[in-house]
Design a protein around this ligand. Structure first.
Ligand SMILES: Nc1ncnc2c1ncn2[C@@H]1O[C@H](COP(=O)(O)OP(=O)(O)OP(=O)(O)O)[C@@H](O)[C@H]1O
Ligand SMILES: [Mg+2]
Length: 335
């Protein structure tokens, strides 16, 4: 197999992928645009499922996938290819049997990079967070997307300086909004050549389904977590809104400890505070962390209280934070 093929991924559906109505809708719309020959661009805040959706759509297209992650340090040659290493050529001349004449030289060896491979073989390109690369590195995409021609650097050799893009080539882009750190403004010309779909945080059902699928926690307990995270997000008081990743982290931690929010209310509270304060604040922003912790403790109290219609003494619990079955029953009035 040629070297360049080693970066190609087989499109396979994700095992714990959930397809709610929202996900199906976005997927179908994106596939329509792709079918009409347009590249699709998912733009949205962190944790809105852009990368996962791009992979899912690529698996529906059923062509091999080439993935690139945008990078500030990228140059065009990181996308297209370059002269990496040397090839040694040796000529052995035995024209006159008693005289052995050898000639050795080194030629620079061109290696196609992922973008060239995708264009040449008609693969699906996922260019994740493409606005993290500097705009000039991405210029090569303008002619690929519009004229379906790739302008190749001279060093590559071959008779034609252009590569005709295979008709099966498809491109899916993702990006974070421009206010994110380390993100460049995408060029207008490039954005104009793709269909941008703005994604927002998941709807309730999707967030719950993703949390459950990723953690295997019960529906009831996942609900409590999703309500808390969404409550914090909707409070509008965070530096960065908490994402579904926060739900997954809390749910997975509970699951591995084999705990439930009610059985370990104090520990659950601490977990929510740690995870959500760290997710929503920049390092060192103590005021913001404290504010988030306060909101989280209110939300946890409300969730645990409302659900059982009781007021669990959150701060006055046992040292380990775990209530016995008896204590819980007495709190809910069963005893
Ligand atoms: N449909 C889905 N089914 C199962 N899990 C999902 C689904 N969509 C997203 N997830 C999970 O949600 C989390 C966030 O998704 P993803 O990484 O795709 O978001 P993103 O928008 O690319 O975020 P970022 O901008 O930070 O890269 C991941 O853990 C991912 O596995
Ligand atoms: Mg992503």
């Amino acid at each position: 197999m040629i070297d360049e093929m080693t970066t190609v991924l087989e499109p396979a559906p994700m095992t714990d992928f959930v397809e709610t109505k929202y996900i199906k809708d976005v997927t179908n719309r994106a596939l329509c645009y792709i079918k009409a020959g347009f590249p699709v661009h998912f733009r949205g805040p962190s944790g809105t499922g852009k990368t996962t959706l791009a992979m899912h759509i690529a698996s529906k297209i059923k062509r091999p996938v080439v993935m690139i992650h945008g990078d500030e340090e990228f140059t065009t040659s990181d996308l297209v290819g370059g002269e990496h290493g040397y090839r040694v050529r040796k000529v052995v001349d035995r024209f006159i049997s008693r005289v052995l004449k050898t000639e050795e030289d080194m030629v620079k060896r061109w290696v196609d990079n992922r973008l060239t491979v995708a264009c040449k073989y008609g693969f699906t390109l996922i260019y994740d967070e493409f606005t993290r690369s500097r705009p000039e590195a991405n210029n090569i995409l303008l002619s690929i997307l519009q004229e379906k021609m790739m302008d190749l650097p001279v060093g590559r050799g071959g008779e034609d300086p252009y590569l005709r893009v295979d008709p099966d080539f498809t491109a899916i882009f993702t990006s974070n909004p421009e206010e994110y750190a380390g993100v460049h403004r995408s060029q207008d010309a490039l954005r104009d050549r793709m269909i941008t779909m703005d994604l927002d945080y998941f709807d309730y059902d999707t967030e719950l389904a993703v949390t459950r699928a990723k953690s295997k926690l019960s529906r009831q307990d996942s609900r409590i977590i999703v309500n808390i995270v969404r409550g914090l997000r909707e409070s509008g008081k965070c530096e960065f809104a908490p994402t579904v990743r926060g739900c997954i982290m809390i749910a997975k931690t509970l699951k591995v400890q084999n705990l439930t929010p009610v059985r370990a209310s104090n520990m659950f509270m601490q977990m929510c505070q740690d995870i959500l304060a760290s997710e929503t604040s920049r390092v060192g922003s103590k005021t913001n962390q404290d504010r988030v912790k306060d909101i989280v403790s209110e939300l946890v109290a409300k969730e645990l209280g409302t659900r059982k219609n009781i007021n669990i003494p959150l701060r006055a619990g046992k040292a380990d934070g775990i209530l016995s079955q008896e204590e819980v029953e007495s709190l809910v009035g069963a005893k």
